[in-house]
Design a protein around this ligand. Sequence first.
Ligand code: SF4
Length: 189
Amino acid sequence: MGLERWIGAWPVYRQITGADRLGRGKAAESRRSAGLGPRTDSADRVVDSVCPYCAVGCAQRVYVKDEQVIQIEGNPDSPISRGRLCPKGSASKQLVTGPQREQKVRYRPPYATEWQALDLETAMDMVADRVLDARRKGWQDVDEDGKTLRRTMGIASLGGATLDNEENYLIKKLFTALGALQIENQARI
Ligand code: SF4
């Protein structure tokens, strides 16, 4: 390395001779950092999304390359979060791409010790059968004085804090239409 280049590699020299007099930018930059770029630079496209973890609903930008999620950042356009994500939201790429994420429906029958794989259609049919069965078994048409009730005591719903407004709205509508009374959300407990 020539003397001039060697001296020029000193941050203090660059600070004194360059535009970055406070030494907080270019003057303090190493050669390695000068060659680095943001992980989001290589994305093919960016998809707007919402953090799935909690009811705050911070907005996200999902960076996609070759149809794979490569990074998730806060979306500054959001009036709720204005580009911020908490540590959980910042780590939500792991939720999407983690190797331990289950991609198939898993079912453990009563008294079984092992999980088994089910196709989604079978699983949905099983859920529907159980809902209808519980509704029928817990159905009350009238009370002891003959007054109309038309309700079921066989179903209760407890929503989690990751549910957003729209999901809670639909869940409330569904279970009320089924005749359930006990419809709650974790956020109210
Ligand atoms: S988990 Fe964090 S980033 Fe996600 S919605 Fe809640 S506060 Fe926002």
